[in-house]
Design a protein around this ligand. Structure first.
Ligand code: ADP
Ligand code: ZN
Ligand code: ZN
Length: 678
């Protein structure tokens, strides 16, 4: 009896594979009981039994015989993960500097990775019993306008790698282009699959319903982090076994196994939530491009406000630019954007008289208003007039935000919570005042100005319970709300039919942020939030939709571009600025982060890290302390590395990590390539 060795990837930080001996359980070896690459195996690891993925099968191993352990079980019932999937994982592991096992295993549903196979068996049985309809005939397709038709043709006719940037305002018919492109590709074969990514699935039940309505004869899987594990396994398996012809999901769906993937769509491609902010810090958008390239299939990035990276890609000819200039619905017009100069029109409680009048007008007509304020809580800080005390967080360097409803002070940064003090902790003054304005305070103000109106707030606090966000949006759709107050949560994906007024209360802070991406994000948010208004209103005899922006900087180019609905001019200016300042997308960056009890220790580590290596074409900047983020008595600092070449930067970081590991410092560190926020 010949033993063979299985080389297995495990979810450990050790950047290596692990060899195990495999001995056939039965005498005759036949094809069905031979392990193969891409199968899952249960193996002993220390005292545990854990699940890994077979990455190779070898006849010799360097592991000494007395250390070598046997495979416990090969999961024959699950079809092996294919080579394309393994290649994607290998690429991601390499690109984001992680061990392969740490990328591959977290990408699989939890229930696949447990020692007992009951849930897998049950799920397989359940899927086996279902008959999967394979009728890809789309229902009730509207006739496309010329630009939409051209877009669908370009997307579906190319048989080489050609990423498309589908650029059009909200309501210009991008989703229709996705659906009709999907229909064509689905019609070409009986097995082809489509992957559609959205930033946040809970905010887009309409999208899901639209896909189901269009393709009632096909199986749709959804994948997102809010699902129960059992359900997630079913959906994942249906994608993995090719039963699901369409997969709709958030960024994690980018790593799903889909054996016959033929089209990838990334909706709202500029959205920062495509980037994972911890662990494997991957960008689902970037992986979409790579996967499409690997498979030679079309990929569509859609947005009204593309990321500057993608816009630059389209300008430089790497991507094909597909433009939709008009709103697809006849008679729907873009809302009129107006600026309210806060220097001239003084607000009281954050609201200028003009804005209040505009809201009143909507109330009289039975229309809805949306007030956009990107700051939750009651007030950003509680202060004492007598001695100047303000509610700083004692655990980090942020402020404690006043939450009036449940009488708490809360740090939005580190999560510290305490009761509102009865008096000033420093001087005893009992007259503590809230400074500034959050969504809760705005809600209170509006309720007192418009006692007859139904005021409703949607933010992370009001929708903490599972399912409550969907219910809240439902209320707005059903017309049970007159004035909606919301953070960026309300900007995404919703089409409120009776909404004719959108106001941004005070968006100026982002104009002067340290984060060079802040203005790009602000523009996208304001465009998006404006897009909530005016889709169908005029047709129904309502007011012309208005967007009011209250600002102290009425002449800022960002607001001018917004008034003109001109993303292009804004993007052109911003790209020029980025080029002059040598920032992305003209430069590639990697960030080394370090944390330690003492700031000096972290800085010292970074200085050492900077001096231990040199490379041509790589700029290593000085370490910077991150003062805003002293969390739980840990200080952080970071070091920025730059290069005009992505491959050069990647090669450098790879070598650097080896050197940093060898330093065996007690400082906790991590390296990220292409950081989103610096
Ligand atoms: P976007 O995704 O760019 O916001 P949608 O595809 O959702 O735009 O289109 C906006 C609205 O216009 C939807 O109600 C959609 O059904 C409708 N629509 C899109 N394309 C057409 C078309 N060619 N003819 C008629 N209605 C259309
Ligand atoms: Zn804090
Ligand atoms: Zn005081």
């Amino acid at each position: 009896m010949n033993a063979i060795f299985l080389r297995v990837a495990l979810d450990t930080p050790l950047d290596t594979f692990f060899d195990y001996r495999w001995v056939s359980a039965t005498e005759e070896a036949n094809a069905s009981n031979q392990p193969c690459i891409g199968q899952l195996v249960l193996v002993p690891f220390g005292r545990q039994e854990i699940t890994g993925i077979i990455v190779d099968i070898v006849e010799t191993t360097t592991v000494p015989a007395d250390k070598l352990r046997d495979v416990i079980a090969v999961r024959h019932s699950l079809p092996a993960l294919n080579t394309e999937w393994l290649a994607l994982i290998k690429f991601a592991a390499d690109y984001y500097q992680r061990p392969l096992g740490e990328v591959a295993l977290p990408a699989l549903p939890k229930n696949l990775k447990v020692a007992k196979t009951v849930s897998l068996d049950r799920a397989l049985k359940k899927l086996g019993k279902l008959s999967f309809p394979h009728d890809a005939t789309p229902q009730a397709e509207p006739a496309l306008n010329a630009e939409q038709q051209a877009a669908v043709n370009t997307i579906t006719q190319t048989r080489e790698f050609a990423p498309c940037l589908l650029f059009g305002v909200t309501g210009s018919g991008k989703t229709e282009v996705y659906l009709q492109s999907a229909a064509r590709i689905l019609a070409e074969s009986a097995t082809g699959q489509i992957l559609i990514l959205v930033p946040e699935i809970n905010l887009t039940p309409q999208f899901e319903a639209r896909i189901r309505d269009r393709f009632p004869g096909l199986h749709l899987s959804t994948l997102h982090s809010g699902m129960a594990e059992g359900e997630r396994l079913l959906h994942w398996l249906a994608a993995h076994q090719g039963q699901a012809r369409i997969v709709l999901g958030t960024r994690l769906a980018m790593l799903a196994s889909m054996p016959d993937l033929r089209l990838i769509i990334v909706d709202e491609e500029h959205d920062p939530s495509y980037k994972q902010q911890e662990g494997l810090r991957y960008s689902a958008r970037d992986l979409a491009i790579w996967r499409a390239h690997q498979l030679r299939i079309p990929v569509v990035l859609g947005s009204a406000t593309p990321s500057l990276e993608s816009w630059h890609g389209a300008q430089s000819g790497r991507y094909r630019l597909l433009e939709l200039h008009e709103r697809a619905v006849k008679d729907a017009v873009l809302p009129v954007v107006k600026i309210i100069n806060l220097e001239r029109e003084k607000p009281s409680e954050g609201l200028t008289p003009r804005l209040i009048a505009a809201i009143r007008q909507r109330l009289e007509k039975g229309e809805q208003s949306l007030l956009f304020l990107n700051r939750r809580g009651y007030a950003p800080v509680l202060a004492c007039d007598a001695c100047g005390w303000i509610s700083n967080c004692t655990r980090c360097t942020a402020n404690l935000v006043l939450h009036k409803g449940d009488h708490r002070l809360r740090c939005h940064h580190c999560g510290l919570e305490q009761r509102i003090p009865r008096s000033c902790p420093t001087c005893g003054n009992i007259d503590l005042q809230p400074l500034g304005r959050g969504t809760q305070r705005l809600e209170e103000t509006l309720a007192s100005i418009f006692p007859e109106a139904r005021v409703f707030r949607i933010d992370a606090d009001s929708t903490r319970l599972k399912g409550s966000a969907a219910a809240a949006f439902e209320r707005v759709h059903d017309g049970e709300v007159d004035i909606l107050i919301g953070t960026q949560m309300v900007a995404k994906g919703h089409d409120f039919k009776r909404l004719t007024l959108v106001a941004a209360l005070n968006p100026d802070a982002a104009l002067f942020s340290q984060d060079y991406r802040a203005s790009e994000r602000l523009f996208a948010q304001l465009m998006q939030v404006s897009g909530r208004a005016g889709r169908t209103a005029q047709k129904e005899g309502g007011s012309i939709s208005e967007v009011l922006v209250q600002t102290c900087y009425p002449d800022h180019p960002l607001y001018h571009a917004l008034m003109a609905h001109n993303y292009q001019s804004f993007a052109t200016d911003l790209l020029q600025e980025r080029q002059q300042a040598q920032l992305p997308p003209f430069m590639y960056q990697a960030l080394l982060r370090a944390e330690a009890r003492e700031l000096a220790t972290a800085i010292e580590f970074l200085q050492q890290a900077a001096s231990c290596t040199q490379h041509i074409g790589i700029t290593i900047n000085d370490p910077i302390p991150m003062t805003m983020t002293r969390v739980a008595n840990v200080d952080r600092a970071q070091l920025l590395v730059e290069s005009v070449s992505r491959p050069a930067l990647q090669a450098f970081v790879k070598e650097w990590i080896v050197i940093l590991r060898a330093m065996k410092s007690r400082v906790k560190w991590s390296v990220e390539i292409d950081p989103v926020d610096i």
